[in-house]
Design a protein around this ligand. Structure first.
Ligand code: B12
Length: 439
């Protein structure tokens, strides 16, 4: 069969291709799907951020991936292919959370991991037809012998972070707002260390980015992996829970293995918010010390915070910005609390009538789709925009990054990339004076 795999566009700025043709991180969803596709089929990859797919091509099947914020674009393109008699498949996070909705735009949906069911659906398509509309991968793969993504389908020059890989899936924690918990059925699985190492060896000179949700989710595994990475002499970054700061040896190994930046979900400075979201591994009273420990090892921090939790009132914005500046979190990243389909938060907020906007284009954490408890939805949006712009004022930014160590280059690059995002995403807030107070 001739199969077209399409990466959608999204409405917002995050994840888009710049005017000069540059994209950030290379996603592994479709390159992995391509690797799973038996060789007898021809696979063509299309990045819809660069333009429309070829609706007139003689495709047998078109497969779309999609996060929630991208799904409307997927549905739009799918609805153009189907009248031409082309079969359409949709997979990924949104379709897995709301398969019945996605099925209105597709011939079949894959819920969860594609490994196994994708091959089954392709076989059925060729041998008499599909046996169902929703293919649900009930079991989770072991991660051993995981296919190597077909990165050659991507244009290397387009990406600032081309060499991405995945060593684990899922997360050992079950935070109420996170998509991963439901998607991976609360499992945390990791690949044999030697397989990760041999994948890293494919591009010995690249800067690697792990797309794992929590690279340090298992202490013993992470230690083993980092130790094995030391001889490779590469530089890389990943996402990890704040938990890592509890273990000095693990942080030492992270840095020794070439880990130059880390993305940490601090989420909130309020212990009550943390408790309510069931992210007990985060202890706000220990944030400052944990940040110091990472900095001591030359690791740049991308600190992710969320605004709009139950305890957040108008003072949350300034308090958070002050904390970020005082503790020199190089690249703060602020999100508006967004109840993603498939999460417990989504069900709870929907039930309580606290979600007022179900336009998936707005589910990019840069729109306020909820009515928070202690401020209005508009205040949440404006406060978020104020905090983002305030944090990336040149004075604040420079204060956070000027330190003398060998990793200054990454610190500068990372911060610059978030500085650009901040200015592209955030409008000038209305009534900024409202947010400039921590009282
Ligand atoms: C890379 C990435 C990005 C990149 C995307 C760049 C791009 N446009 O391509 C960037 C950094 C821009 C980004 C941004 C955002 N992201 Co993001 N991102 C990821 C990340 C870290 C890795 C994705 C990846 O490569 N995974 C590895 C592949 C192999 O796994 P996979 O995608 O799940 O694919 C498997 C299955 O899902 C399935 N599958 C997937 N697609 C398809 C298609 C078909 C046809 C089939 C059959 C199967 C199938 O098969 C694959 C193999 O099993 C994931 C976390 C994660 N671990 O996946 C978050 C994640 C996808 N992002 C998420 C979110 C929330 C966002 C943001 C909204 C957050 C924010 N504030 O930044 C924005 C929105 C951007 C936008 N476009 O509007 C959520 C998705 C939630 C949701 N329901 O939409 C995730 C899951 C993170 C999380 N823990 O919550 N992201």
């Amino acid at each position: 069969m001739k199969i077209l795999l399409v990466l959608p566009n999204s409405n917002g700025y995050l994840g888009r291709v710049s005017k000069s043709g540059k994209a950030g991180i290379a996603r592994l969803s479709l390159t992995t799907l391509a690797a799973l596709t038996p060789h007898e089929h021809e696979v063509v990859y299309h990045d819809a951020r660069l333009g429309e797919p070829d609706y007139e091509g003689n495709w047998d099947l078109v497969g779309f991936t999609g996060m929630t914020s991208e799904i409307n674009d997927v549905y739009r393109m799918a609805d153009k292919f189907r009248p031409k008699g082309v079969k359409v498949a949709i997979g990924g996070y949104h379709a897995s959370a709301l398969p019945e909705e996605a099925a209105k735009h597709a011939d079949f949906i894959v819920v969860g991991e594609a490994e196994g069911v994708w091959q089954q659906a392709l076989w059925e398509l060729q041998n008499g037809g599909l046996s169902r509309i929703i293919y649900h991968n009930e079991s989770f793969i072991t991660m051993k012998d995981k296919e190597i993504p077909r990165r050659e389908l991507l244009n290397r020059d387009m990406y600032t972070s081309y060499a991405t890989l995945q060593s684990s899936r899922g997360c050992p924690f079950a935070c109420k707002f996170c998509t991963v918990t439901k998607f991976f059925g609360n499992t945390y699985r990791y690949r044999p260390v030697e397989e990760v190492i041999s994948e890293l060896k494919i591009f010995p000179d690249e800067h690697w980015g792990f797309v794992d949700d929590n690279l340090a989710g298992n202490l013993q595994y992470a230690k083993k992996l980092f130790k094995a990475m030391i001889p490779l002499k590469i530089n890389w970054g990943s996402q990890s829970s704040f938990n890592i700061t509890k273990y000095p040896e693990l942080m030492d190994l992270y840095a020794a293995a070439g880990g130059v930046y880390i993305f940490i979900g601090f989420e909130s400075l309020s212990p009550a918010n943390i408790k309510n979201m069931r992210k007990g591994i985060n202890q706000p009273e220990k944030y400052a010390q944990g940040i110091k420990e990472l900095h001591k090892r030359g690791i740049t921090i991308i600190g992710s915070f969320v605004f709009g939790f139950d305890e957040d009132d108008l003072s949350v914005f300034k308090r958070t910005v002050d904390f970020v500046n005082e503790n020199n979190i190089e690249a703060p990243f602020y999100n508006i609390l967004t109840p993603f389909p498939g999460t417990e938060l989504y069900e709870e907020m929907k039930r309580n009538g606290l979600t007022h906007d179900f336009n998936w284009n707005h589910y990019d954490t840069c729109h306020s789709v909820i009515t928070p408890k202690k401020m209005t939805s508009e205040e949440l949006y404006n406060g978020w925009a104020w905090a983002t712009r305030e944090s990336y004022k040149p004075g604040n930014l420079l204060k956070r990054i000027i330190r003398f160590d060998s990793n200054w280059k990454y610190r500068l690059l990372m911060t610059y990339s978030y500085y650009r995002k901040a200015h592209k995403i955030c409008p000038q807030p209305h009534h900024p004076e409202k947010y400039n107070s921590s009282l």
